[in-house]
Design a protein around this ligand. Sequence first.
Ligand code: CP
Length: 301
Amino acid sequence: MNFPEHLIGLRYLSKDNFEEIFTLTDYYLKTITGRKSVKKFSTGRSVLNLFFEDSTRTRISFELAEKKSGLDTVNFNSGSSSINKGESFLDTVKNIEAMKFDFIVVRHSVPGIPLFLSQNTSSKIINAGDGINEHPTQGLLDIYTLKKKFGEIKDLNVCIVGDISHSRVALSNIYGLKTLGANVSVCGPVSFIPRNIEGLGVKVYYDINDAVRENNVLNILRVQMERDAGSNMTSLKEFRRYYGINMDRLKQNKKIKILHPGPMNINVEIDSETAVSDNSLIFDQVTNGLSLKCALFNLMK
Ligand code: CP
């Protein structure tokens, strides 16, 4: 099949692309959770993990998937790079291009940097999160986790809750879930809901209790203080009161499943008890993310 050369965003993937990656992820999940070794299909190829923003899950799971796949992995840490001596981003890119990496996995605060790299280097680019634009591997692992739990994505009611305005996870989930036929909604205070989001074919809830009652899944997003989310609301305490997910709220729909991409602001958007409850798929997301990245490298090789 025709998997794209670069993974820039889920808006560019077809239904067949999702099926292809999920089928291969099934294989890796079985292999990895069965503690069997992964076939090193990529020996001799190189990958640069180019992270200009902090990361725990994405970075570790990419590095582990690369090692399992046989890729030669190099990690770039912007904090200890020559950018600190005044080297420009463009010159950094030119030097990276001179080293001819097969893959670049990039995270950057500026939307569009992965697309720029795909047009200005000869490497295959994987977007590991670009500002408030997209986080396609997170979207893929979220949707894969739901497919494992519910069997089908079509007609599933999924509500993305919280700080939608500052979230790249929201957009990737919206594009991917809509492609696969889910009913997608968002819920949050007015200041966290982007204007015209209905144009993407999503419903908007302002009352979290309606969202809990009417959905199969809540994908709970972090309030992104580093992207100035704090200036858009009165207080975290108030956000927790009106939108925080806790076991009491979930009594209205006991079968509902909870996703969270992490890192969590515990006792802000989600309570600690809920994060580890039977409703939670949060650590399944992390397990699945590793297998999904192995599948991705295999499809893009
Ligand atoms: N979900 C996610 O991107 O987490 P990290 O920022 O820890 O990679």
